[in-house]
Ligand binder design. Structure first.
Ligand code: NAI
Length: 416
């Protein structure tokens, strides 16, 4: 088995610098590195990981390796892999199979090479490792004790596999931990999506009409931050409850067909295919900007847009302009892939510190409990959520109240 499939090892110094920067801002992972670097609970354990390969992920890999794990690493999206970070990890002796902008076949090859490691534990983001182990290469699954899934879309896929009785090993739903989705999906996506849109367009958000598709954990954060930047926000939803919530939070709510002609900037985060179709695009204003924050590049109907466009021309780095048959031009950031990761640096380090602390502790949970776990989608234990929350507060120097025994008695009693 080869050790590396990366763009250029000479890029390592820049990658090492990025990893060092995030390490200084990820106190929970630093604490885990210190704690488990000595006892090495993962000694002799092979872990294969497929997560957006940028500096925060690289540091998670290093913390797992320092706890004894034998790591094999790839990205989870061809545009989010940062070649210098991949080189930085390889230079530190890790097996890395990823480069930026790989073709679909090359990407599939990288997933396969990462799994040739014959892992005991997998850490997945969007389900590509699980997909390979249940599809083309079931032979590589024989040593897998279990795994962790990072994102909403991956968990939806896992639950579909579980319903059909196909899942070969337990998978922990890391995304569904409170210390993951309440912060990562909402505040992480909320900030990093706007960071990317503003950096890539260099335009003002204040005074614009922003259409946010969905009002789930990610889209709530995106809408909240758009409003804070001074935009008028319209939300589209399919869930009546979420639609009421968006309205109560002060946003206009309407179907996409009505929002399309009104918006200046469109952001999707539904996890659903074709949230914005070409029928919508044809009613948009000249100059409208579109992007997606959902896991897969299916939310904007890019195939249909490519087929109807009279002309396609790069408008700016990371932005493609499409001339529509009606003479209007619309702009799509990062090919409709996750805008905050494919065209920027992803979530802030402090947010990924929490998500990756949950990942590390969930991997440890699998190692210690795999014999007792069913081949299903498993919830993160309440103890892990509590521990990560407490350590996050401690890292920020925040103290909270503790119940007195009298209060505990009151809360546990049914007598008034
Ligand atoms: P969620 O399930 O909390 O929210 C999705 C919302 O979209 C739901 O309220 C649903 O009713 C709504 N929806 C579904 N189809 C729709 C449609 N056609 N039109 C309008 N609304 C629709 O999911 P969450 O956690 O917000 O994740 C959304 C997507 O973002 C997933 O693909 C997830 O994997 C991804 N994600 C991306 C991140 C990033 O950094 N860009 C971070 C975390 C998750």
């Amino acid at each position: 088995m080869k050790n590396n499939e990366i763009r250029d090892i000479n890029l390592a110094p820049s990658g090492r610098q990025k990893i060092e920067w995030v390490k200084n801002n990820m106190p929970l992972l630093r604490g885990l590195e210190e704690e488990y670097g000595a006892s090495k609970p993962f000694l002799g354990v092979k872990i294969s990981l497929s997560v957006h390969l940028e500096a925060k992920t690289a540091y998670l890999c290093e913390v797992l390796a320092s706890a004894g794990a034998d790591m094999s690493v790839t990205g989870s999206n061809v545009l989010s892999t940062q070649d210098d970070v991949a080189a930085g990890l390889a230079a530190a002796g890790m097996k890395v199979f990823a480069y930026h902008n790989a073709s679909a076949e090359e990407y599939a090859g990288h997933i396969e090479m990462t799994l040739a490691h014959k892992p005991n534990i997998i850490i997945d983001d969007g389900g590509d490792l699980v997909g390979m182990l249940h599809g083309k290469r079931p032979d590589l699954a024989e040593n897998v004790l279990g795994g962790c899934e990072e994102t909403t879309t991956g968990i939806i896929r896992l639950k579909a596999m579980e319903r059909e009785g196909l899942l070969k090993f337990p998978m922990v739903a890391v995304n569904d931990a409170d210390c993951k989705h309440l912060f990562d999906n909402r505040y992480g996506t909320g900030q990093s999506v706007w960071d990317s849109i503003m950096h890539n367009t260099n335009l003002i958000v204040a005074s614009k009409t922003v259409v946010v598709a969905g009002y789930g954990w990610c889209s709530r954060g995106i809408a909240m931050r758009a409003a804070a930047l001074g935009a008028s926000v319209i939300v589209t939803e399919i869930s009546p409850v979420k639609a009421i919530e968006a309205r109560m939070d002060g946003f206009a709510v309407m179907p996409m067909a009505e929002a399309a002609p009104l918006g200046d900037i469109f952001v999707t985060a539904t996890g659903c295919a074709h949230t914005i179709t070409t029928a919508h695009m044809l009613t948009m204003k000249h100059g409208a900007i579109l992007c997606n924050a959902g896991h897969f590049n299916v939310e904007l109907d890019m195939d249909d847009l490519e087929s109807i466009a009279a002309e396609k021309r790069e408008s700016r780095q990371n932005i493609m302009g499409y001339l529509l048959p009606n003479g209007r031009r619309i702009h799509v950031i990062a090919e409709g892939r996750l805008v905050n990761i494919a065209a920027s640096n992803g979530h802030p380090a402090e947010i990924m510190d929490m998500s990756f602390a949950v990942q590390f502790l969930s991997a440890l949970y699998i190692l210690r409990n795999h014999g007792k776990l069913e081949k299903r989608v498993i919830d993160v234990s309440a103890e892990i959520d509590d521990l990560v929350a407490r350590r996050t507060l401690a890292a920020r120097g925040i103290r909270i109240d503790v119940l007195t025994s009298e209060q505990e008695k009151y809360l546990n009693s049914w007598r008034v």
